[in-house]
Unconditional design. Sequence first.
Length: 308
Amino acid sequence: MPARSYSLKEIREKGQPPGLKERRNEEHWAGRLYARSVSPYLTWLLLRMGLSPNQMTYLMILCGIGAGVVFGVGTGIASAVVGVVLVQLYLVLDCSDGEAARVTGRTSITGVFLDRLGHYFSEVSILIGLGFRAQAQAGWIFAEGGWWVTLGVAAALGAALIKAETDNVVVARAKAGLPADPEGGDRALRPTSTWLALARQAASLLKFHRIIGAIELSLLILVAAILDKVLGLPDVPDSLGWFGYAPYEEAPNGVDIVSNEAYGSTLSIGFGSPIWSVTRGLTVAVFAVAVVQTLLHFVSIVASRRLK
C-alpha cells in the first residue's frame, strides 16, 4: 500500500500548530529562526518515502551520534564542517519527526521517549567527540595522560545529569500524583530565595549554558578548528586524527619524541611546543560550564516550587 501523500500546506497547518514556536524550553532558537521554515520540506520528502515519525527520530539520533564520531576522529576544518552539517540535519529531523506525528495522527509515548533519549545520546556524543578531538591534537590517545578525553567525558556526564534532573522533576511529580507542569507557570520555576532567583536570572541572561548544547557546540568546534588553522595551533601532526605522525626531524627544539611505529603515531612528552589550542580551550570551557551548570540547575530545582 503506497504511503499517503501530504501537501506542504497540510504539514505546515497540522504539523506546526499555533504556539509551537513559542514553547518555553522546548523550541530551540535555531528552530524558530530557520529550522521550522526548512523542516516541512524534509517532512514531506520522508513521508513520501514511507518513513514513520519514529523512524525519523532514529535518523535524528544517528545524525547526532554520527556528528560526535566525526568530531572525535578529526582535528581539521573538514571534519568540523561535516560535523556541523550532521548537527544541522539532526536539528531539522528533530522538527520533522514531531511534524510527521501530528500530521499523520501517529503520536505516541514511544516517540516522546525516543526523542528525549535522542537528545541525551547526541549531546553526550558531541561532547565526548570534542574531548577526543582535543586529545588527537597530541597525536596519541595516551599523550599528556589522556586528560582531554577525560574532560570531554566529564562534560558529557554533566550534560546528561542536567537533562536527567529536568526529566526527574516530571517523574517525581508523577509518582506523587501531581501533573507534570506545576501551577504558577514561570513563577513556579523561580527559586523561592531572592538571591538564588537573581543568580538564576543572571545565568539565564548570560546564556553560558548554551555552549554545551549540540547546535551551539558544533558551531564553536568549527570556529575553533578555523582559528587553530589560522594561528597554527597546536604544533602537532597535521592528519585526520589518530592515524598520522610527525617525522622526528620536524620536531621543534627542546621536545622529546617517543615514536610508536606499530600505531604510526608520535607522542610529544616535552614542553617545547605549545600544548594549548583554541579547541583545547573550548574543551576546558565546556567542562567548566557543565560542572557549574549541573550544580546550579540542581539547586534551582530544589529551591523552586517545582517539587511542591
